[in-house]
Design a protein. Structure first.
Length: 221
């Protein structure tokens, strides 16, 4: 999948890396099915697999939104310091957005993605991440608009197509649109690592044919 952009190249301490890894794993479970637009194929596969994993038995052990925000701020601090001396660096801005995205702090993630895209508007991976953050913020229409912009820049961007299909289905109950989007994903990315998952989603979405728009589909068990 040569359409995806590279993940953050920031070097953290071992403790910081383990902390963020734990946060991202939890975030992957909580977020659902969508995948990061700017992650590597391996990371995308791990997240897609973890998305269907059972919730941890000890609910009390999960960090609160306030704790997630605090951890995100801590992780972002070195990058924010760099940003003061390099404010026009789109990758740096996107990396900061990634930290807030991965910890479910979507408003600041969107803000940093927007700044990155002002400098590099054709970055389909970053725009896909921003679109996904809009979806998780409850704004399906803007999410769809941004996914479509990403696909103008890279028509076959696999994660944009995957996520757009989810939002068309879950957010708009546009079954035909979702299935067509996923079929394009399969046609243009024959080696897509989550092909079986896409086929499963197509079959599940088709079960909701005829459901009124605005109705939320029942998730896969």
């Amino acid at each position: 999948m040569n359409q995806t952009v590279s993940r953050t190249s920031t070097h953290w301490s071992s403790m910081q890396a383990y902390t963020l890894a734990a946060i991202c794993l939890l975030a992957g479970v909580l977020f659902g099915w969508l995948v990061r637009g700017s992650q590597s194929p391996v990371a995308a596969t791990v997240q897609a697999q973890s998305a269907t994993a059972p919730m941890p038995a000890n609910e009390a052990a999960q960090p609160t939104p306030e704790q997630m925000k605090q951890m995100a701020d801590t992780q972002a601090a070195p990058l924010l310091a760099k940003l003061k001396t390099d404010p026009e660096n789109p990758q740096l801005l996107a990396d900061i957005g990634n930290i807030y995205y991965d910890t479910k702090n979507f408003p600041p993630a969107i803000d940093y993605y927007q700044h990155a895209l002002k400098l590099k508007p054709d970055n389909a991976g970053v725009r896909t991440d921003m679109a996904t953050a809009y979806w998780y913020s409850g704004n399906a229409d803007t999410a769809i608009q941004e996914f479509n912009k990403a696909l103008v820049a890279q028509p076959n961007q696999a994660n944009a197509l995957f996520n757009l299909g989810i939002v068309k289905w879950q957010g708009k109950m546009d079954i035909d649109g979702a299935v067509a989007t996923w079929q394009k994903l399969l046609d243009t990315n024959p080696n897509y690592e989550n092909k079986d998952r896409v086929l499963e989603l197509i079959q599940q979405a088709k079960k909701h044919t005829g459901v009124k728009a605005g109705t939320t589909a029942k998730p896969l068990s």
